[in-house]
Design a protein around this ligand. Structure first.
Ligand code: TXA
Ligand code: MG
Length: 332
């Protein structure tokens, strides 16, 4: 079991910073998902992050920094990168930039670029400030599994392998950050959709952003090594569909759960009366559904269903990121 530190207690924050400064690992809250943090300049500490997650060393990590100045110490900041950071930091935007020599190869999987983000969560910001470190942190889940959005999720899946978790409550967005590749600033690429929509980034940059589409073979995932098609997956089989209640025929022998984003209409609920039906939020806001989605996927994963039929979001705004995660969870 991990020991859970309280992000509202000054002593626990100091202990957290000291742990990291001494080469230890700590699960930390961010506004997107919980991360598994280590001092980015300490190669041994970073190697432990890969080991605890069971993550291949070819999949590089995001370095979390306090601010733009701190980012400039580890990466080359183009005009475009500076402009996006000034607009969206602190926040859910990660930028892939040319790295400076001080960043160890183990962090970037030997690539000439480094992914950088300045997170907004006040507890994470305190840890960054108290430690003075850049923190390499992937999501705090076993490689390939659903990302954690509470301290308890981290405890559930990494508790046996991790000494400390810093609790900062439920993550505000519940989905991982948007990742933009600005290593060639004239040709920005979206590597992962997230809470900050691509249209919003395009408006600020004043140019269009190419959306990186993974090609058929996962070998081509080298450009964005974590962009493997199967990811964020519960153990239970999942299937993405426009209307889960319309997919039930011919599946009589299976234990099926229906997973909706927002609460389905009374009409639909009546039609699936005898089925286990779940929804992420009582509200009709997709942002609320996004915040709860991973928690619900984890909960359903423990209930012995043969299959989860999951509802796709309208493909706009945060819906793009929701569908991206659901598609990966459904990839077999
Ligand atoms: O919201 C988030 O981004 C969370 C929180 C903890 O900050 N972190 C997170 O990290 O989702 P992770 O490691 O689970 O996902 C980061 C993704 C991976 O797919 C990785 O391959 C990609 O970023 N990445 C990291 N460095 C890269 C680089 N230099 N070039 C291309 N992709 C990179
Ligand atoms: Mg991850």
């Amino acid at each position: 079991m991990s020991q859970i530190l309280n992000g509202e207690r000054e002593d626990d924050l100091k202990q957290s910073a000291a742990l990291l400064c001494n080469g230890g690992l700590l699960a930390v809250p961010t506004e997107t998902v919980y991360g598994l943090a280590a001092d980015a300049s300490n190669e041994d500490a970073v190697r432990k992050v890969f080991a605890v997650k069971g993550r291949p060393l070819l999949d590089p990590l995001i370095v979390h920094v306090c601010d733009l100045e701190h980012a400039g110490a580890i990466a080359e900041l183009s005009e475009e990168a500076t402009c996006l950071a000034k607009t969206f930091w602190p926040g859910a935007l990660t930028m892939v930039l040319p790295k400076k020599p001080c960043v160890p190869d183990v962090v970037t999987a030997g690539q000439p670029t480094v992914a950088v983000r300045s997170p907004a969560h006040p507890v994470m910001r305190r840890v960054l400030a108290l430690s003075g470190l850049g923190l390499a942190a992937p999501s705090a889940n076993p490689f390939g599994y659903v990302s954690p959005t509470t301290a308890q999720h981290v405890q559930d899946s990494l508790g046996e392998r991790l000494a400390f978790i810093l609790d900062g409550g439920v993550c505000e967005h519940g989905l991982e950050s948007t990742i933009i590749d600005l290593s060639h600033p004239a040709e920005p690429k979206l590597l992962r959709p997230g809470p900050i929509g691509v249209e919003v980034l395009e408006a600020v940059l004043g140019k269009s952003i190419e959306v990186f589409e993974k090609s058929a073979s996962d070998d081509c995932a080298q450009l964005a090594p974590g962009m493997l098609s199967k990811h964020y997956s519960p153990r239970t089989r999942m299937q993405l569909c426009a209307k889960p209640h319309a997919e039930l025929e011919g599946a009589k022998d299976e234990r099926i759960a229906l997973l909706y984003l927002c609460k389905p209409s009374a009409d639909i609920l009546e039609r699936v009366d005898d089925m286990p039906v779940y929804w992420c939020t009582e509200s009709d806001a997709l942002e609320d559904a996004a915040r709860q989605l991973f928690a619900l996927m984890r909960r359903l994963d423990g209930q012995g269903y043969d299959c989860i039929l999951a509802e796709a979001a309208p493909n706009e705004g945060i819906g793009v990121a929701i569908n991206n995660r659901l598609e990966r969870a459904c990839a077999s």
